[in-house]
Write a protein that binds this ligand. Structure first.
Ligand SMILES: NC(=O)c1ccc[n+]([C@@H]2O[C@H](COP(=O)([O-])OP(=O)(O)OC[C@H]3O[C@@H](n4cnc5c(N)ncnc54)[C@H](OP(=O)(O)O)[C@@H]3O)[C@@H](O)[C@H]2O)c1
Length: 266
């Protein structure tokens, strides 16, 4: 199985319309080859437009979308995933996620739909988001297809050791959302010290730290062209073992997406 994901992806939540299309085009032209959207973000048409506006072939882009929790009943999952393809203007997505195991999620029915979407070619790979190890175990039992990716919040203040170890054991990638802590963790002293040592920014350090980790792919979001370019350039930043150890050792923990409230706003 093992889908070979690029070192970095491009997040799109919160951006819609021309802002989103421009950001996606800028990202692809800057070198990103992995774009993340969701039915929930209300921007699938803009993401598709951004890909077409860029100088990059659709087939060279890993395109991911996610089924809204309310659409996870068997019939709705099948119908709305095809609607996602229409909105994106593509024949298939490369990754199709269960966005959250909430709402209409019912493991047997929802995952049967996901499996059939895979078998029918709507989804080249299946994926899940915001699962626990127990929910991952259950999903792996039900699905014939391998889970290609598990998308969860992951950044230096929320490192997800358990889920990354689970992913390494079972051969999928952790796609890390909020890799910049939504811009709210840059004052962390350890991030500032490492950034200073490399004459760069804490944002770049967050991305370089994720890239250092086995099978962890960060998907930073931005609508600022300078940030979009800086974030992809940060994948080239070489952290020393000492830098990584310093970040691994950050004691403060901060989770930005509240799992109870999140299903309805992410
Ligand atoms: N599966 C899920 O449940 C779930 C939940 C949350 C998010 N996601 C996905 O993960 C993606 C990323 O998460 P996120 O958008 O919440 O958080 P994030 O990527 O950690 O942070 C985005 C924020 O950081 C700022 N930023 C970006 N690059 C910067 C830089 N180089 N320097 C300073 N500030 C910078 C952006 O503002 P500017 O526009 O000004 O650059 C924006 O305010 C989302 O877009 C979405 O695709 C998935």
């Amino acid at each position: 199985m093992s889908l070979d994901l690029p070192d970095i992806g491009f997040g799109t939540s919160g951006a819609t319309g021309h802002d989103c299309a421009d950001a996606v085009r800028t990202a692809l032209d800057a070198g990103y080859r992995f774009v993340d959207t969701a039915q929930m973000y209300d921007n699938e048409p803009a993401v598709g437009a951004g890909i077409r506006l860029s100088g990059v072939d659709r087939d060279d882009v890993v395109l991911a979308s996610k089924i809204l929790p309310d659409n996870l009943g068997y019939e709705d999952a099948k119908r709305t995933s095809r609607d996602s393809l229409d909105r994106l203007g593509v024949d298939a997505v490369d990754l199709l996620y269960v966005h959250w195991p909430t709402g209409a999620y019912e493991p047997e029915e929802s995952l049967r739909a996901l499996q059939e979407l895979h078998d029918e070619g709507v989804a080249r790979n299946v994926a899940v988001s915001n699962f626990t190890p127990a929910l991952l175990d259950e999903a792996r039992e039900i699905l014939d297809a391998d889970i290609a990716a598990h998308q969860v919040e992951c950044h230096p203040l929320f490192q997800q050791d358990e889920l990354r170890a689970y992913a390494a054991e079972h051969g999928h990638t952790v796609v890390g959302y909020c890799p910049l802590g939504q811009g709210e963790i840059f004052d962390t002293p350890e991030l500032q010290a490492v950034a200073e040592r490399h004459d760069t920014t804490p944002a770049a350090v967050c991305i370089a730290w994720a890239v250092e980790k086995e099978a962890l792919v960060p998907i930073p979001q931005s609508t600022d062209p300078d940030h979009i370019r800086a974030n992809v350039e940060a994948t080239e930043l070489d952290l020393t073992d000492d830098d990584v150890a310093k970040i691994d050792g950050i004691e403060e923990e901060r989770r930005l997406v509240d799992p109870d409230a999140a299903a309805w706003n992410q």
